[in-house]
Ligand binder design. Structure first.
Ligand code: ADP
Ligand code: ADP
Ligand code: MG
Length: 245
């Protein structure tokens, strides 16, 4: 325990929540401690990632243990890989069950960047990773008569809610196991009307009893923290750097 506290202090990681797993100190511990396959560790190396960043050290083991998470760490500190790596590990390989992971991003540009990182980190796994681009195509593509050949969806909230609101819904989220909200602080800003309603709609559509959710953000904002405390069972809150909430 003392060693764990020391590692957290050195990396300015603070953790609130019960039974949080210890941080990893190197990517090789993903294999030795968490049974992550070598190809994923190789993909990290191919991306040029030699050492985990502080948020990756702590958030990755938490998500590998299937815990729900609110993670706050500065911009540019590697939050994308912190949630993508555990998702890719959990999904394993492609299945024809429809989307099993959904990543909600505030802008299309961020969705595209996240898509590119997901492709790199899952190299060799043959996942079907989708971005909702043309809404008209999407209406037929993901519907009940499709072949369900997709695994990971990366989207802005608007587009996903638009598909969910079709009669009948033009997309099914009934097999989603992981719902990630990236840049949650941006999505919860006062000016962004209705995001909480959209998030509730998206959450309601994820009917799998096995659903887990994780929120990532650059700042520790009270609105996000409050929403997470109310909605995420067994929540672990990880903050890297300054605590300002
Ligand atoms: P954030 O979402 O926290 O703003 P990103 O996930 O966009 O940060 O990552 C910022 C940059 O750092 C990206 O260029 C990414 O490729 C790089 N990066 C992520 N993790 C590592 C790592 N472990 N080592 C080196 N670079 C990394
Ligand atoms: P985003 O906010 O995801 O970038 P857009 O700005 O393209 O999405 O569109 C905002 C919303 O307008 C969509 O999520 C959808 O609800 C609606 N919309 C977009 N394209 C169409 C369309 N072809 N037909 C009807 N509604 C649309
Ligand atoms: Mg980010």
């Amino acid at each position: 325990q003392e060693k764990i506290n020391q590692t957290r202090n050195q990396n300015r990681i603070s953790v609130v929540g019960r039974h949080a797993p210890p941080p990893i100190e190197s990517f090789s511990q993903l294999s030795t401690v968490h049974n992550v396959a070598q190809d994923l560790i190789q993909n990290l190396k191919t991306c040029g990632y030699e050492q985990p960043t502080p948020i990756q050290m702590q958030a990755i083991p938490i998500m590998l243990q299937n815990r729900q998470l609110l993670a706050c760490a500065p911009t540019g500190s590697g939050k994308t890989a912190a949630f993508l790596l555990p998702i890719i590990h959990h999904l394993g390989g492609p299945q024809k069950k429809g989307f099993r992971a959904v990543v909600v991003c505030p802008t299309r540009e961020l969705a595209k960047q996240t898509y590119r990182e997901c492709v790199r980190l899952s190299e060799g796994r043959d996942f079907r990773i989708h971005i909702i681009s043309k809404i008209n195509q999407a209406l037929t593509k993901y519907g009940p008569n499709s072949s369900q050949k997709y695994d990971i969806l990366i989207t802005t909230p608007n587009r996903l809610v638009f598909l969910l609101n079709q009669e009948p819904p033009a997309i099914s989220l009934s097999n989603v196991e992981w719902l990630i909200v990236d840049e949650a602080d941006k999505l919860f800003e006062d000016g962004v009307r209705g995001f909480r309603d959209q998030l509730d709609q998206i959450s309601l559509a994820c009917t799998n009893s096995n659903l887990r959710r994780a929120m990532f953000s650059a700042t520790n904002t009270p609105a996000v923290t409050k929403w997470c405390r109310h909605n995420l069972k067994g929540l672990i809150n990880v903050t890297v750097g300054q605590r300002n909430a």
